[in-house]
Design a protein around this ligand. Structure first.
Ligand SMILES: [Zn+2]
Length: 156
């Protein structure tokens, strides 16, 4: 395994246990697939938190397995998603580095989700929300790398 769970300042995260080359596949997000009605019922019943399910299509979510669930957000991510569930390295990642993706690139455009960010990146957005909260330049980068799923629609 080229990744492991480790401690961060604020909880847990996922780290590289060896150098990972730009473009390589890091992991495929796995877990139980759920439709939006099932997600709503589970949230109402208090079984999952509103921001827990990982969205992969307009009406398809994954209740992530433990390891994929533990990836943290960064405003300057070193990983992103192709075809919704396949996480790839956006640049060379050194052994020991924490692997993070930009949550805003996978949250649906009309979702009102928001999170206070302490990722520590120079360009940290502090308040992270859907793709509309991402600076234009970064949006363009994600779009050009084909990292935005179909339910994340934005004029760039
Ligand atoms: Zn940040």
């Amino acid at each position: 395994m080229h990744i492991r769970v480790g401690a961060t300042n604020t909880g847990k995260g996922v780290y590289a246990t060896q150098d990972i080359q730009k473009g390589s596949i890091i992991i495929e997000m796995t877990g139980r697939h759920m439709g939006s009605e099932e997600v709503e019922r589970a949230i109402e019943a208090g079984k999952i938190r509103p921001d827990d399910p990982f969205q992969i299509k307009e009406d398809e979510f994954i209740k992530l397995d433990r390891l994929p669930y533990l990836f943290n957000h960064s405003c300057e991510p070193n990983a992103g998603f192709k075809r919704g569930v396949v996480m790839v390295a956006l640049r060379d990642i050194k052994k020991g580095e924490q692997i993070c993706y930009d949550y805003s690139a996978v949250v649906c455009t009309h979702c009102e989700w928001e999170m206070h960010c302490m990722c520590g990146a120079k360009n940290c957005r502090k308040t992270v929300g859907n793709i509309k909260t991402v600076p234009h330049k970064t949006r363009l980068l994600y779009k050009n790398l084909h990292l935005l799923p179909r339910f994340v629609r934005i004029e760039v």
